[in-house]
Write a new protein. Structure first.
Length: 286
C-alpha cells in the first residue's frame, strides 16, 4: 500500500458551544480526517470547496503536510454545534451557509494514486452524486463514505434534521466501507434495530464493511455478516467535534495500511479518538 488517502468534502468554519463556553474554529471531515491521517503516518490529500476569501483557513493543513486541491464558490460551509455540557453525545447543529457541490471537474488526476478515498459530505449537496459515480468508474481505490451529510436536511434558517435518503442506492452501490452513527443508521435503514439496519443495508447494497459509532458506548463493526461490539476505552469528557471523522480515519489506517482485523482496528480508532476528545485538536498536530 502506498499509504495515500484522499478525503473529499467541505472544509467548514465552525462555532462550538459547550455550556456557557464557545469558540470559533476550522472543521469538517476533510479537516479532522486529514490531520488524523498525517498524525498516523499516512499521506493525506483533500479535495474541498470554499469561498476564495477563506482560502487562508487551509494554511493550518498545509503546514502539517496535507496536499490540498481547492476550488472556489460563493460560500464556505459554516456550522454551529451546541453540545450538552453533561453529555457530549447530545448535539444540536445549525448550518447557515452551504458551499456548492464538489463535481467531477473538481477531482484532480492525482487522486488516481490514492489507495483509499473517503467521502465526508457535510450537507446533502456537498458531494454531487455524479462525483461518486465518476470515482467508482475511473478509480481502483477503496471507497469509504461517512453518510452524515447525505441525511441532513437544512432549512432556510440553517436548522438541521436527519431525513431518510430516498435515492441512496445511487451512492451506496459504489461504496466499500460505510460509516454512520447510531441515529444516522436508524434514519438510513429506517429501522430502530441498529444491527438489523446494518445487515439490511449491507445486504441490499453489497457493502462488506459498515462502522456505526455509538459515542461513549463504543462502536459496532459489520464485516461480511459478522457484527463486532467494541467498547470505548473510558468515559469521555471534552470537545467531541470531529470524533466520528477521527474514528473512521484511524480505522481506515489500521485496516488498510496496518492490516489489522476489524476488532483491532476499531479498538485502535477508539483510543485515538479518546485522546483527541481529552487533549483537544492540537494533539493531532504534535
Amino acid at each position: 500500500m502506498k499509504n495515500n488517502l484522499a478525503v473529499i468534502g467541505s472544509i467548514t468554519k465552525d462555532l462550538i458551544r459547550i455550556g456557557e463556553k464557545s469558540k470559533r474554529c476550522i472543521g469538517g471531515t476533510v479537516y479532522y480526517s486529514s490531520l488524523t491521517l498525517v498524525k498516523l503516518g499516512a499521506k493525506a490529500t483533500i479535495i474541498t470547496k470554499l469561498a476564495k476569501a477563506d482560502e487562508h483557513i487551509l494554511e493550518e493543513l498545509r503546514r502539517v503536510g496535507v496536499s490540498i486541491f481547492s476550488s472556489y464558490c460563493r460560500y464556505t460551509t459554516s456550522c454551529e454545534n451546541i453540545y450538552n455540557q453533561t453529555d457530549i453525545n447530545k448535539r444540536v447543529q445549525f448550518i447557515p451557509y452551504l458551499s456548492d457541490p464538489i463535481t467531477p471537474s473538481d477531482i484532480p488526476d492525482k487522486i488516481a494514486t490514492c489507495d483509499i478515498i473517503h467521502l465526508g459530505p457535510i450537507h446533502k449537496k456537498d458531494i454531487a452524486i455524479e462525483t461518486v459515480s465518476y470515482l467508482e468508474r475511473n478509480l481502483d481505490s477503496v471507497l469509504s463514505l461517512d453518510i452524515q451529510g447525505y441525511l441532513r436536511e437544512v432549512d432556510s434558517d440553517g436548522n438541521v434534521q436527519l431525513r431518510p435518503w430516498r435515492n441512496k442506492g445511487e451512492v451506496l452501490g459504489a461504496i466499500d466501507v460505510l460509516k454512520a452513527n447510531q441515529e444516522e443508521m436508524v434514519t438510513l435503514s429506517e429501522s430502530n434495530n441498529i444491527q438489523y439496519g446494518m445487515r439490511s443495508i449491507a445486504r441490499e447494497y453489497d457493502i462488506s464493511e459498515i462502522i456505526v459509532t455509538c459515542g461513549s458506548k463504543g462502536s459496532m463493526i459489520y464485516l461480511d455478516g459478522t457484527i463486532f461490539n467494541v467498547p470505548c476505552p473510558r468515559a469521555l469528557v471534552g470537545d467531541a467535534t470531529g470524533s466520528g471523522d477521527i474514528f473512521i480515519s484511524s480505522y481506515l489506517v489500521a485496516r488498510f495500511k496496518d492490516k489489522k482485523d476489524p476488532l483491532a482496528a476499531a479498538k485502535y480508532a477508539s483510543k485515538i479518538t479518546s485522546k483527541k476528545i481529552e487533549r483537544g485538536v492540537t494533539w493531532l498536530m504534535c
